[in-house]
Ligand binder design. Structure first.
Ligand SMILES: [Zn+2]
Length: 269
C-alpha cells in the first residue's frame, strides 16, 4: 500500500526497459468497487495478485483504465475483464479492445473517486494520464517514471508532443502531491521531477543542434558524439531518441534532411 486507498502491485516482468517491472494500481473507491490502472503484461500470477488484493480490501474491480496500449501495460486487461466483468477504458486511438473510448477531460469514476483522463501524447499517440483530485495523485504510465527517462520511438512516439505534454502537466497539475508512474517508485516531488524531465529534453535538443553545427551529419554521427560515454548496447535506443528530436526539428523547419542519401544527411537550416 502506498497511499490510504491506492495500492501499487508490481508485475514480475523486470527488464532494462521495464525497470523492476510494470506498476499496476488498484484504487479503492470506498463503496466496495475499485478501479485498476494498467493491469500489465499477460502474466497469470500477476492477475491473481491483483484479484487477491481486491479480495483483501473487499472490492470488485469495475473499471480497468489503460494509460496506453504497450505490451507491458495493457494485455492483462482482457484476462482481468474475464475474471471480473469490469469494463476497459482507453484512449480513443487505442488499438486495445476497450469498452469506453476516452477523450481529454473525460472521467472514469466509481464511489467517491473520479479519475480525470488527460490526453498525453508523446511516448505513444494513444497515451493518457489520470488525475485523482482527492489524493492529488497523477498516474502517468510511461510519460513520467519513478527513475530514468522515457523512450520516445518514432513514428508512434513524438518528441515535441511529449515535451508539450510535460509542460502541460507541470502547468495544469501543479497541485499534484504524488506521481505514480508506470515503472519505478512513486515520485514525491512532482514539480521537481517534471522540470528535470523537461530540462533533460531541452539540453539534449541543444546538444543535437550543437553537434550538427559542429559537423555531425547522420544519426550515427550524432549518437557517437552525444552518447560517447554511454554503453554501446544502448546506442540503438539512443538512435531512436535522436531521430525523434530530428523529426521534431525538421517539422519546425529548423533543420533539413536529405533522405536520398543513405544514411540520410541532416543539416541546420
Ligand atoms: Zn510504453
Amino acid at each position: 500500500m502506498v497511499e490510504s486507498r491506492i495500492a501499487l502491485i508490481r508485475a514480475p516482468n523486470p527488464s532494462p526497459l521495464t525497470l523492476t517491472g510494470t506498476n499496476s494500481y488498484i484504487i479503492d473507491c470506498g463503496n466496495g468497487e475499485a478501479i485498476c490502472i494498467d493491469p500489465g503484461p499477460p502474466i497469470e500470477s500477476h492477475v491473481e495478485a491483483l484479484l487477491a488484493h481486491c479480495e483483501r480490501i473487499r472490492c470488485t474491480i469495475i473499471w480497468i483504465a489503460l494509460t496506453h496500449g504497450h505490451p507491458d501495460h495493457a494485455p492483462a486487461a482482457a484476462l482481468l475483464r474475464e475474471r471480473t466483468s469490469a469494463h476497459i477504458a482507453a484512449h480513443e486511438k487505442s488499438g486495445v479492445t476497450h469498452d469506453r473510448s476516452l477523450r481529454d477531460g473525460d472521467t472514469v469514476g466509481a464511489g467517491d473517486v473520479a479519475l480525470q483522463a488527460v490526453a498525453a501524447p508523446g511516448h505513444s499517440a494513444d497515451h493518457v494520464v489520470f488525475y485523482e483530485p482527492r489524493e492529488r495523485a497523477l498516474f502517468t504510465g510511461d510519460t513520467v517514471l519513478g527513475e530514468g527517462y522515457v523512450l520516445i520511438t518514432p513514428p508512434d512516439g513524438d518528441m515535441r508532443a511529449y515535451m508539450q505534454t510535460l509542460s502541460r502537466l507541470s502547468r495544469e497539475f501543479a497541485e499534484t502531491r504524488t506521481i505514480f508512474g508506470g515503472h519505478g517508485e512513486p515520485v514525491r516531488e512532482p514539480a521537481v521531477k517534471l522540470e528535470e524531465y523537461l530540462e533533460h529534453r531541452r539540453a539534449r535538443e541543444r546538444q543535437i543542434i550543437d553537434a550538427l553545427s559542429g559537423g555531425s551529419k547522420t544519426v550515427s554521427d550524432l549518437v557517437a558524439s552525444i552518447y560517447a560515454q554511454t554503453d554501446r548496447a544502448l546506442w540503438p535506443a539512443a538512435a531512436q531518441q535522436v531521430l525523434a528530436y530530428l523529426d521534431a526539428l525538421e517539422r519546425e523547419g529548423r533543420i533539413r534532411s536529405d533522405r536520398a542519401q543513405a544514411p540520410p544527411v541532416y543539416t541546420l537550416s
